[in-house]
Design a protein around this ligand. Structure first.
Ligand code: M6R
Length: 605
C-alpha cells in the first residue's frame, strides 16, 4: 500500500527522501509528497501521479530541510489528486500515513465543529487531532501519544511539528514501520527497501508501538506508553538488489531470475546430497491431521497447487482459503492442525489477520514468506523463507515459483512423516525438484516464441485459461497475470467445469489457453479442448513433447515446454503464463511494473 519514509539529521533531506520514495513506488503510485522543516518552518510539496511528477514540482519550487517526511499513495479514502496527497497539514502538524483510520468519520464530525477539513482522506484527522492537542497546551510528545489513543484502525505514521525541527514522531498499529539507524541521522520507513540506501540497521516497531526520533537517538514506547526495547536487525542485500539491470522491466528481470531463485529456495528445503526434504526441526508433520493454508492473490494459487500435492503424496487433508473470507467466516478449527500463511510480503493485512486468528485459537502457525523481517515472519510460530530476493514488479512471478518450490518440499517432508512416501518415492520427487531450475532455464529459451504468440492475444478483449488437477490454479494464475498487467479480461477455469455455464461465452476466435502437460488427466483435458475448439475457440495449447505428439492437430498454436515430472510440471507451466502476460502487456504499452489501481503490498483489508 502506501509507502512512508522519514529522515532526521543535519544535512538536507529532500533528494534522499525522493530517492526513498522511488524505491517505495511499488507500494502505491497515485500521488506523492514531502514535508520538510527548515529553521523550524514547515514546507510541503505534493503532486498527483508518479514520483516523477513530484520531482517536476520540486524542480519548479524546491523545498528542503534537515528533517522531512515523504509518502507515496495508494488511494483508499478520497480520489487520487494533489489535495488528497500526503503529507496532510493542520496548523503545526504534518503527517504521512499508511493504513485506514476506521473511526475517521466520527473524529472528523467532532473536529469539524472548530476546524476546517481540506481533503477527503481519513488521514487528515490525525493532523487535526495533534494540532488541537498542541493548541490545548500539551507538549508535542503528549499531543502525539494522546492523539494515537483516539485512533481506531490500521496505521503506520510519521509526523513532524512546525517549530520542532529536532524531533520526529512515528507509530505503528497494523501497518509495518521500521526505524533505521545512521551516523548522526535517524530514519523511518515502511520497509527495508525504503531505507536501502540509508541504513542496514533497522528496528521494526511492534504492534501498538510508537517512538520519538532525534538525529542521534530513538525512544520506543509500547501501546501502554511504557518504554520498550526492540532488537536491531542487520539487513543484507543492499540497494543493488532493487535495480533493474539491463532489463526493460522489473517483472522481466524477476521472470529471468527464476532458475536462481528456485535454486535458492531448494537449498533451504532439500538436502541435495541425500536427495531428501530437509526442513527446520520446528516443523513436524507427525502429529498433524489437517493443514489450513490461507493467502491472497497469486500466493493463494500457490496454496491451491499445494492442496493437490499434500493430498496426493502425503494423504493429508488441506483446507485452502482466501484470507479476506477466512478471517470473517468464523472457521471451525481442529486441534492438530497446522496453519500456513503464504505471502510474498508477509504484510498482507487479511493474511496476517488470519494468522493471528489461528494463533489465538492455539493452532500451530507457520508463515511462508519472502520478507523474513515481515510481521508474519515475526509473529508465526515458524517462519519459513522462500529466499526469492526483493520482488519489485507488482505482478508476482519469482515469489510464486519459490512458494511452489517450498510447498513441494514441505509435501515431501509430510509424506515421509506420515509414511505415505517411501524412501524411493521421496528421492524420485526430490530429484524432480532438483531438476526444476534447469528446466525453468530451458523454458525461458521459449521467450521469443511466446512473445510472438502474445501479439495475437493482445488484440483480444477476453481470454480463457483452462487446466485440470494442479494446473487449475496455474490457469487461475495465468488469467490473473494477464488481467493485472495487460487489462485484458481473462478467466481461469477447471477444464471440466466450463461446459456448466461459461462455455456460452466462447465465440469465433475467443482465445483459449489450455495447460495440459502429459499426465493422467491429459486425455480428459484434450476432450475439453475439443469442446471449445468446435465452438470456434482459438486454441493455444501449452504442453510438453509427449502431449504435443498426441494433440498437436487439435491446437491452432502450440507451445512445447520442457518435459518434467508430473509433480513439478505446475512450476514449469507457470513460466509460460508469466511470459505470455508480460509480452501481451508490452504489446499494449501498459505500465507493466506499476499497473493501474494496484499496489504491491496490500496492507489494508
Ligand atoms: O504479499 P502477498 O503474497 O501476501 O500478496 C498477495 C497478493 O496481493 C499478490 O499475490 C497479488 O495478487 C499480486 N499482484 C499478484 O501478481
Amino acid at each position: 500500500m502506501c509507502g512512508i519514509i522519514g529522515i532526521i539529521g543535519t544535512s538536507e533531506v529532500t533528494e534522499r527522501l525522493v530517492d526513498g520514495l522511488k524505491r517505495l513506488e511499488y507500494r502505491g503510485y497515485d500521488s506523492s509528497g514531502i514535508a520538510v522543516l527548515k529553521g523550524g518552518v514547515l514546507n510541503r510539496a505534493r503532486a498527483e501521479g508518479k514520483i516523477k511528477a513530484l520531482e517536476a514540482r520540486l524542480a519548479e519550487k524546491h523545498v528542503d530541510g534537515s528533517i522531512g517526511i515523504a509518502h507515496t499513495r495508494w488511494a483508499t479514502h478520497g480520489v487520487p489528486n494533489k489535495t488528497n496527497a500526503h503529507p496532510h497539514i493542520s496548523g503545526r502538524a504534518a503527517v504521512v500515513h499508511n493504513g485506514i483510520i476506521e473511526n475517521f468519520i466520527e473524529l472528523r464530525e467532532a473536529l469539524s465543529k472548530t476546524r476546517k477539513f481540506e481533503t477527503e482522506t481519513d488521514t487528515e484527522v490525525i493532523a487535526h487531532l495533534v494540532d488541537d492537542a498542541l493548541n490545548a497546551g500539551l507538549s508535542p510528545i503528549d499531543a502525539f501519544s494522546q492523539s494515537l489513543k483516539k485512533l481506531r484502525g490500521a496505521y503506520a505514521l510519521s509526523l513532524i511539528i512546525d517549530g520542532q525541527d529536532d524531533t520526529m514522531f512515528i507509530a505503528r498499529s497494523g501497518s509495518p514501520l521500521a526505524i533505521g539507524l545512521g551516523e548522526g541521522e535517524t530514519y523511518a520507513g515502511s520497509d527495508a527497501m525504503a531505507l536501502a540506501q540509508l541504513s542496514n540497521r533497522l528496528i521494526y516497531l511492534e504492534e501498538g508501538d510508537w517512538a520519538v526520533l532525534t538525529k542521534d537517538s530513538y525512544h520506543i514506547f509500547d501501546e501502554n506508553d511504557v518504554p520498550a526495547e526492540r532488537p536491531i536487525s542487520i539487513i543484507s542485500g543492499g540497494p543493488a538488489m532493487a535495480e533493474k539491470g539491463n532489463y526493460r522491466h522489473f517483472m522481466l528481470k524477476e521472470i529471468y531470475e527464476q532458475p536462481e531463485t528456485i535454486g535458492r529456495t531448494l537449498s533451504n528445503y532439500i538436502d541435495e546430497f541425500r536427495v531428501k526434504a530437509d526442513l527446520p526441526d520446528a516443523l513436524s508433520f507427525s502429529h498433524i491431521d489437517r493443514i489450513i493454508i490461507v493467502a491472497c492473490g497469486t500466493a493463494s494459487y500457490a496454496a491451491m497447487v499445494a492442496k493437490y500435492w499434500f493430498e496426493q503424496y502425503a494423504g493429508l487433508a488441506v483446507d485452502i482459503d482466501i484470507a479476506s473470507e477466512f478471517r470473517y467466516r468464523k472457521p471451525v478449527l481442529m486441534k492438530n492442525s497446522l496453519f500456513i500463511a503464504v505471502s510474498q510480503s508477509g504484510e498482507t493485512a487479511d493474511t496476517l489477520a488470519a494468522l493471528r486468528y489461528c494463533k489465538q485459537a492455539g493452532i500451530k502457525t507457520a508463515a511462508l514468506v519472502n520478507v523474513m523481517t515481515s510481521t508474519m515472519a515475526r509473529e508465526a510460530d515458524i517462519a519459513l523463507p522462500i529466499n526469492a530476493g526483493p520482488e519489485i514488479g507488482v505482478a508476482s512471478t519469482k515469489a510464486f515459483t519459490s512458494q511452489l518450490t517450498a510447498l513441494a518440499a514441505l509435501t515431501l517432508a509430510a509424506g515421509r512423516a506420515r509414511k505415505t512416501l517411501n524412501a524411493d518415492m521421496e528421492t524420485e520427487l526430490a530429484q524432480a525438484l532438483i531438476q526444476t531450475p534447469r528446466l525453468v532455464s530451458e523454458a525461458l529459451k521459449l521467450d521469443p516464441k511466446i512473445e510472438a504468440m502474445s501479439d495475437d492475444l493482445s488484440k483480444h478483449s477476453s481470454a480463457f485459461y483452462l487446466g485440470r488437477g494442479p494446473h487449475v490454479p496455474i490457469a487461475f494464475e495465468g488469467a490473473l497475470k494477464l488481467k493485472e498487467i495487460s487489462y485484458i479480461h481473462a478467466e481461469g477455469y477447471a477444464a471440466g467445469e466450463l461446459k456448466h455455464g461459461p462455455i456460452a461465452l466462447i465465440e469465433d476466435g475467443t482465445p483459449v489457453i489450455v495447460i495440459a502437460p502429459m499426465d493422467e488427466l491429459f486425455e480428459k483435458t484434450i476432450s475439453n479442448l475439443q469442446e471449445v475448439a468446435s465452438r470456434g475457440a482459438h486454441i493455444l495449447l501449452i504442453t510438453d513433447k509427449e502431449g504435443a505428439a498426441f494433440a498437436e492437430a487439435f491446437a491452432h498454436e502450440l507451445l512445447i515446454l520442457p518435459t518434467s515430472h508430473a509433480f513439478t510440471a505446475p512450476i514449469i507451466m507457470s513460466i509460460a503464463m508469466q511470459l505470455l502476460a508480460y509480452h501481451a502487456a508490452v504489446h499494449l504499452g501498459t505500465d507493466v511494473d506499476q499497473p493501474r489501481n494496484l499496489a504491491k503490498s496490500v496492507t489494508v483489508e
